[in-house]
Design a protein around this ligand. Structure first.
Ligand code: NAD
Length: 516
């Protein structure tokens, strides 16, 4: 099957519905488990495919294939591995539009946003093409007389990556290119909500020259995840998703002796000081609050407005919301909207329930996105952009992650009050300060208890050669995604102390502890 066929395979009736299968041993592997889950087009609400949910036999098969793939790949020279990575980068770059359309068809985000997600993933592929520099060891000549000490960075073996629905390409690419470059074999368990992009990636890796078994896609649910967490063959787990599952992954995989990086949920605040440019702030709050319908772990969900700016800022945000176009992310008659639907009807109803909670707790709903419909897409999972003012900080709608197009405003009297609110939250993924005062910004970067900080930048996702990771309940363990952290995570170091004897340097018998 070509990549294009994966893109266009239609489903015209329940009887003909496409089944999204595994990718094992360099080919699509139809499932015999008898278990599937529906995949929707969120813009229409239609079931467009069903995804296979692996059973234990399929999990075992995937792991065995990856183990065989690793045995081959670990002996590929650096130069040969590098060629595969360059080829993959070229395929991804040349065909990203078709991949973006696959993302939109199952996730719902607008195609230009899906293209942006691919480009951010491509950045990591480009970083990984330079891997020889990042995995080379160190050498100390004559550490002791006649003795050299050096280190090697070797691959772990078979590694597992478990990804969330909201970035079906970017998040896998945070890990997969680095793991493969470092010589590992990867099993990706994509989100069951948008599983097709992973198969496109598998096909692209194969076309790039990656040997069979080095990249495996295991479709499934908790059973597949638990199979990876508990297998003695799988050496590490890289997880991105919600906080409760991240914690479960961290604890379970650690208990089974694995290296784990587990990135969780978020509730990102934007602190607006009175000297900020309010037009810039309003633009950025709308972009970061409603882009991808708020289904980004780095979305801004709370604006902390240091008085007296709140009224003016809210008016500017409200004005901009009124101009947003909401619709099918694939576009209609070549025109793309600003914002698409949410991932499922269940998630839409959950987002809606948080707005109910905020209202019941006394907040003011300035713009209400509940019961939003798009003409011609009445069964789509749409939720309109929502703006909430004066949300009590005791409300669950303030404290918990909503993961939808809901922006809340809290009015604060001072920088310190805003900072305290950010630091008292359970999450620490991203945050931003908007100000023209360099001293205040510098103080903020020092004092805020958050892993990624924007200064007049609303979604501070670090570039590929830095690393991505939050603090507190947004990251379990201490290993971040990509950058130097990524290469450290996917390699295991060996230190070697070596002496080549010649007759003159032979030291004779000495039972003492070796000294310099
Ligand atoms: P999720 O936690 O529901 O699912 C993530 C993955 O875990 C999926 O592959 C899913 O199949 C699997 N999973 C779900 N329930 C499981 C269970 N009980 N046992 C084992 N595996 C299970 O997350 P989601 O809804 O797909 O994604 C949205 C969440 O991801 C949000 O909370 C968002 O903030 C977070 N996220 C975080 C980052 C980050 O970098 N920190 C990035 C993207 C998304």
């Amino acid at each position: 099957m070509s990549i294009t066929e994966i893109a266009v395979a239609p489903a015209t009736s329940d009887a003909e519905v496409r089944v999204v299968s595994h990718w094992i041993d360099g080919a699509e592997r139809p499932s015999n488990s008898g278990r599937t889950a529906p995949v929707h087009n969120p813009a229409t609400g239609a079931v467009t495919a069903r995804v296979a949910l692996a059973d234990q036999a399929e999990i075992d098969e995937a792991i065995a294939s990856a183990e065989a793939g690793f045995a081959v790949w670990k002996d590929y020279s650096i130069a040969k591995r590098q060629t595969v990575l360059f080829n993959f980068r070229e395929i991804l770059n040349a065909r990203k539009r078709e991949l973006a359309e696959i993302i939109t068809a199952e996730h719902g985000k607008v195609v230009s946003d899906a293209m942006g997600e691919i480009l951010r993933g491509q950045e990591v592929v480009e970083l990984a093409t330079g891997f020889p520099h990042l995995i080379k060891g160190a050498f100390s000549e004559n550490a002791s007389t006649g003795i050299d000490v050096y280190s090697l960075k070797q691959p772990l073996g078979v590694v597992g990556v478990i990804s969330p629905f909201n970035f079906p390409v970017m998040v896998p690419l945070w890990f997969v290119p680095i793991a493969i470059a470092a010589g590992n074999a990867v099993i990706l368990k994509p989100s069951e909500k948008d599983p097709s992009a992973a198969l496109w990636l598998a096909q692209a890796w194969q076309e790039a020259g990656l040997p069979d078994g080095v990249f495996t896609v295991l479709q499934g649910d908790k059973l597949a995840v638990d199979g990876l967490l508990t297998s003695p063959v799988v050496q590490s787990i890289s997880f991105v998703g919600s906080t409760p599952i991240a914690q479960y992954i961290y604890e379970t995989a650690s208990k089974h002796g694995k290296r784990v990086q587990a990135l969780g949920g978020a509730k990102n605040h934007m602190l607006v000081l009175p000297d900020a440019d309010l037009d810039l702030v309003a633009d950025q709050a709308v972009n970061a609050g409603y882009g991808a319908a708020g289904e980004r772990c780095m979305a801004i969900s709370v604006v902390l407005a240091v008085e007296p700016v709140a009224d003016e800022l809210i008016a500017k945000i409200q004005d901009r919301i009124g101009k947003l176009k909401i619709g099918n992310g694939a576009g209609v008659d070549g025109v793309e909207p600003d914002m698409g639907p949410l991932i499922t009807d269940i998630h839409r109803d959950k987002v809606s329930s948080y707005v109910d909670i905020a209202e019941a707790d006394g907040a003011t709903i300035v713009v209400d996105g509940r019961n939003y419909t798009v003409q011609g897409h009445e069964d789509g999972f749409f939720f309109g952009p929502t703006l909430i003012d004066d949300i009590p900080t005791t409300s669950r709608a303030y404290q918990e992650e909503i993961f939808g197009p809901v922006l809340s405003v809290v009015r604060v009297a001072s920088y310190d009050e805003g900072l305290d609110l950010i630091n008292s939250g359970q999450f620490g993924n991203g945050t931003a300060i908007f100000t023209n005062d360099g001293g205040a910004a510098r103080r903020f970067q020092k004092e805020v208890q958050v892993g990624m900080i924007g200064i007049n930048v609303p979604i501070p996702v670090p570039v590929a050669y830095h690393s991505f990771g939050g603090w507190k309940q947004s990251l379990f363990g201490d290993a971040k995604a990509y950058g130097v952290h990524g290469f450290d995570f996917f390699t295991r170091e060996k230190a070697i102390t070596s002496r080549w004897l010649d007759p003159a340097s032979h030291g004779g018998i000495n039972l003492g502890f070796p000294q310099n």
